[in-house]
Structures are given as C-alpha cells and as structure tokens.
Design a binder for this molecule. Structure first.
Ligand code: MG
Length: 391
C-alpha cells in the first residue's frame, strides 16, 4: 500500500495521570490537579486541564508549578494504578488491530488499514475506540486520524481535549501551513533555532523554502523535514512485539542507604515492567538491575529467569537477589539511582496455553485473538496481588 494511503490512528488519553486521580477521588474533579515528583528535584508529569490556565505544564519543575498555582492539589504518581487503566485502554486497541505501537502508557499508533473491511471507515473505528475507552474506564481519549503517523498525531494534538479529528492527504498542507515549525514532529529545539535563523517560522514556510538554502542550514535532514512539512511521512506503525527491553528506574532525591527501602523501590519497578510486558503480550527471560552509586558510577547486574515470564514475583525474586549481592559487596552501600529491566522476549505469553501445535499461521491468529481478549495478562494477576500483599 502506498505510504500515504494508509489508515493510521493516534490515540492519546487527555491529562492521563491527573484524570485517573480525579476519577478515583471525585472531590478532585473540577480542581487543578498536578501529578509529578514532589521532591526538591521533582518535575510535573501531568496536570489536569483546570491547572493549565495558571500556566502549569508537564515537564515543568514542580517548584515552579507551586508558585504558579499555589492552591493546586499536588500528588505523587501511582504508577501501578495508571498501568491497570492502561491495560484496559490497550485492550481496546488490540480489539481493532494487531498493528499497535505503544508510545507510552496512554498513547499509541494503530494501523487500521486492514481492519476497514471488517470494522467500517476510519472515522467509525476512531469513534468506536473513543467510546469503548470511555465506557470501560470513564476516561476521555483524543483520537487523531490520517494517512500517516505525522498527520494522525497532529490531528489528535490539534483536537485535544476530547478530540476526534481526521486530516486527509488533500487537506494536510492547508492544516500544517500556519503552525509553528516547532510543532512538526521530530523538530527539536536545535533544529527549530536553525530554522528561525534563516527566517523559517511556520511549517508552510518550511515547505516552500528553497531546498538548497535549507540544506545549507540543516544538512542532510533538509529533505526529510520538507517532506514532513508537506504532510508526507513513510514511517510504518511498528507493533510492540519488536521491543528490545522494558525498563523502569528512579533517581532518588536523597541517596538511598537502606536495603529494605531499596527493595521496595525495586518491587515497584518490577510491578511496572511486568504490567507493561503483559500489556504487550510479552514474556522476557533476562532481568537486569541498574545501580548508580553517587555521583555517577553506574553498574549493571544481569541474570536469567528459568523460563520467560511476565510475573512480578518471578522477576522481583531474581532482581532482589542481584540487588542484595551488590549491596552486600559494598562497604557503605549508597544508591543514587535504581532501575530494573526485562529483555530477551520470547513472543506472546498466550502461546504457552496451547499445548497442541496448530499450523504457524493459524497459531498466530489464535494468539492475536486471545491477546485481544486477555491482553492484560490476567493470568498473572494472582502473583501481583501476592507480591502487593507483602509490600
Ligand atoms: Mg496523554
């Protein structure tokens, strides 16, 4: 299929972490809620729409947010809870197509080109995704649609909050032209400054800019950028099975000197990565623990699981062993950063359920079906609960 005739959908939950908090604590609804790191080096992860008129934005230092919005409700993230909701959201995606590329807990690209015959137009699928997410989670998603990733993502961004918007190839140039070049996906701060220096401020100006002049300013990326500015983007949706590793880590405001504390952080990380692996139907064999002594000495310790797994307790058991061995070998153990990752993926866990060996193709289809039904990995739920009980 020609790259610009695909049907790509970009879904992004509105103010995800903050919305989950408002969902779980009704007294927070209608109030500015800021979720993020609350320590001295903390930054805002997400803020509710009520906080935005105060100038609060994600990635802003929390201290600055407190100055702008002193009456806001400031909360630490509850990742385990967000992941629970994320699993439900990704279940909806996998019911539409196996071609799902997750960008974060609450954001994904879907290539629904092959689903149109079964499920109707792209708009019908977009609407269905939005409705199903709302029905199951009571949360609002913005849905963007287009012939490629660039336009689908832009469509959801432009229509937020509660968006549902399609940008067609014919109208792409028109919608893109007035936007600042910084809005173009992949244009970072440095590129933006180079463009400003040669007087290019809008995407329309970038598209119309003399190619020789642009190449002089930007080098080889000039061609790619001009294609993007015209609304052309050949990048494929890459389904998540291709993922190399899933990790979680945390930098401590105050160096950690207590093993029990380090272990409970490790458990929290293991819950996160196990949830993400399950959400993508993956099981991994290799557990890696990342340890940083202050200020910057980083080491890793690695071990293999007996069998590929996405179970919190199995991953945690191995990770804890690695942490303890490292800890006991230090004279005065101190941690600035602790992380853990799972890798060595062996495809979809659900295949373990089938002892019989159907033909390869049939087996794939069965797995996809099972995955869309049980993608959350509900099978390991008991293990998670057990571990949580010990927390
Ligand atoms: Mg979002």
């Amino acid at each position: 299929m020609p790259p610009d005739e695909r049907s790509i959908i970009h879904v992004d939950m509105d103010a995800f972490y903050a919305s989950v908090e408002q969902l779980d604590q009704p007294e927070l609804r209608g109030r500015p809620v800021i979720v993020g790191g609350l320590g001295p080096r903390g930054v805002v992860s997400t803020c509710s729409y009520e906080a935005r008129p105060f100038g609060v934005r994600s990635a802003m230092p929390t201290a600055q947010a407190r100055r702008l919005c002193p009456d806001g409700i400031y909360l630490w993230p509850r990742m385990a809870r967000y992941e629970e909701v994320s699993v439900q959201v990704f279940e909806v995606f996998h019911e539409m197509t196996p071609m799902v590329e997750g960008l974060s807990l609450d954001e994904a690209f879907l290539d629904v080109s092959a689903s149109l015959r079964l499920l109707g137009s792209m708009e019908a699928i977009g609407r269905r995704i939005k409705d199903a997410i709302h029905e199951r989670t009571r949360l609002v998603a913005s849905v963007g649609m287009g012939p490629n990733k660039l336009l689908a993502k832009l469509a959801s961004e432009l229509s937020k909050p509660d968006g549902l918007h399609r940008i067609t190839a014919q109208h792409a140039a028109q919608e893109l032209a007035p936007l600042p070049v910084g809005r173009l996906w992949t244009v970072g701060k440095v590129t933006e400054e180079s463009l400003h220096r040669i007087g290019v401020r809008t995407i329309g100006e970038l598209a119309a800019c003399d190619t020789v002049r642009l190449t002089r300013a930007l080098g080889r990326q000039a061609d790619v950028l001009q294609a993007l500015a015209r609304g052309e983007d050949a990048r494929d949706v890459e389904p998540d099975q291709a993922e190399q590793s899933i990790g979680a880590e945390h930098t401590f405001d105050t160096d950690l000197a207590d093993l029990a504390m380090a272990e409970s952080w490790l458990l929290r990380h293991c819950e996160r990565i196990a949830a993400r692996a399950r959400q993508r139907g993956l099981t991994g064999r290799t557990v890696t623990v990342k340890l940083r002594e202050p200020p910057f000495v980083t080491s890793t310790r690695q071990s293999r699981l007996q069998a590929p797994s996405a179970s919190v307790s199995e991953i945690y058991e191995v990770a804890r062993g690695l942490l303890q061995r490292w800890w006991n070998a230090q004279r005065t153990p101190r941690l600035r950063l602790l992380g853990v990752s799972l890798s060595g993926f062996e495809g979809r866990k659900q295949s373990d359920l089938f002892e019989a060996e159907p033909s390869a193709q049939a087996s794939d289809q069965v797995q996809d079906r099972i995955n869309s039904k049980f993608g959350s990995g509900s099978l390991v739920r008991a293990g998670v609960l057990r571990t949580r009980g010990q927390d």
